[in-house]
Design a protein around this ligand. Structure first.
Ligand code: AMP
Length: 191
């Protein structure tokens, strides 16, 4: 089993690249953002509770996303491992993930960080808003808040990965194919 963290600021291309990496390396793609949006769309009590937090671009509580992930990492049928997309987003989540994987005899093998500057992130998310229908992509203030939340609460996870020795930074600017190639090079070091 090989477990990959896809990391980077909102709009850095985590979702797009995770989907193709999951296909190429036969990994189960787990996106907490997608899981939460599915709860919202289904109108579940959890979805209703999280809606305002997500619309504001804030992080939902750690225990909520940890429970969502805990419910999924039992089901690897036929897969070579997991690619976590948008999780962990706090050091607490990272520690919880390490513990959960450790309990199953697994570990985090690689943390891929997509490096993209703020101006490019803003451009990409404004473009994505035209097709995604996501409320949190549509408003410049919310996009700025999401980037600020990333810098304050999520970036510390990079230090966590550096200390643990599984961190790899990748230039996230360029064509989707070029960035995919850079990510694959890093993947080959653990596959
Ligand atoms: P994403 O699709 O990854 O950009 O996530 C969309 C929104 O879902 C975020 O802005 C948060 O409100 C929430 N969210 C997704 N993943 C997490 C996470 N790991 N921790 C906290 N909140 C999350």
């Amino acid at each position: 089993m090989v477990n990959i963290l896809m990391f980077g600021p909102p709009g850095s291309g985590k979702g797009t690249q995770s989907v193709t990496l999951a296909e190429k390396y036969n990994l189960l793609h787990l996106s907490t953002g997608d899981m939460l949006r599915a709860e919202l769309a289904a109108g579940t009590p959890l979805g209703k509770k999280m809606e305002a937090i997500m619309a504001a671009g804030e992080l939902v509580p750690d225990d909520v996303v940890i429970a969502l992930i805990a419910g999924k990492i039992d089901s690897t049928t036929g897969k070579a491992g997991f690619i976590f997309d948008g999780f962990p987003r706090t050091v607490e989540q990272a520690e919880a993930l390490q513990k959960m994987l450790g309990g199953k005899g697994m570990k985090i093998d690689l943390m891929l960080v997509l490096e993209v500057n703020d101006a490019e992130l803003m451009e990409r998310m404004k473009k994505r808003a035209l097709v995604s229908g996501r409320a949190d992509d549509a408003d410049e203030n919310i996009i700025n808040n999401r980037i600020a939340v990333y810098r304050a609460k999520t970036e510390p996870v990079i230090d966590f990965g550096r200390k643990a020795g599984f961190l790899r930074s990748v230039d996230g600017v360029g064509s989707i194919d070029a960035i995919f190639g850079r990510l694959c090079k890093e993947m080959e070091t653990v596959i």
